[in-house]
Ligand binder design. Sequence first.
Ligand SMILES: [Zn+2]
Length: 339
Amino acid sequence: MEDIPEPELKPGHVKIQVEWCGICGTDLHEYLGGPILIPDKGHPHPLTGETLPITMGHEFTGRITEIASDVKGFRVGDPVIVEPNIRDNTCHQCTHGDYNLCPQGGFYGLSGWGGGLAEYAVIDARNVYVLPPSVPTDVGVLIDPLVVAWQAMLDSGYAPGQSAVVIGAGPIGLALILVLKASGACWVGVSEVSPARKAQAEAFGADDVFDPTTDDVAERVRERTQGLGAHVSFDCSGLESTLRTAIASVRPKGTAFNVAIWEGPTTLDVNSLVTGGKKLASTLGFAGVHPSVISALGDGRIKPADMITARIALEDIVDAGFDELVRNKDEHIKIIVHP
Ligand SMILES: [Zn+2]
């Protein structure tokens, strides 16, 4: 924890007084074993030019306190959510709507230009969305896992009304259950080991929760899907065993979709795809899905408030935030921080 100067407004930007910031699994990885994505000394981020120390926190909401004179569409006091993607806005991906895949990309709160674990942040107005009155700023923080899930759902080719399997019921897995059910999934099965997370998966609307240590998950999934397997599976765990389950759980021509960041290379029996004409695909982050998720929160199709398992003050973030997540990881979904 350090005192730093209040950031100054820049053209094209708004200044936000942060109200709530979520702690993400990425933040915990950075705290325990970083720097990973945070630019280390001697390796500045290509867009921000910054290296450690940076201000962390990329899942945050707040209220607008200042607006640059060239920015339109905001009022002082507006409650807002920040889309944390930093991008160059010039490359092929950025100019075709896929700015999550910008080769120079990064994130507020990881790559520099400030973050949400602070009292104020100055953010490019293109990254700022106004929250509707029905979405308070604490619940707004949960948009971050939900946009990851929404992007995965879109990119997987899943169509409303189909069946899906979610492997691993951490924050992203739970968010996937919520968005799949909100989009009319006919059946959502979950594979999870931890008793606490199994209970959370059920509470968030999973139709069946399987335990891969005692169940043949793919077989259980076929029993629930007319003997065929699910249309799509989402691997949120990133282990050789979970990828195998993801492929085995989908029907012929189905898609096993990777949402996880892996800790290293893996081996894959490619014939497990070929023999069913199955697809293996992936996505990273999100681009352009905030309006869809904000709308679904605003009209109550998605009710994520129970994902908040603790609210803490910024000065307590080490013990009640990072260290608490190490001690009691399975008990928590999202700890949110008020600066
Ligand atoms: Zn780009």
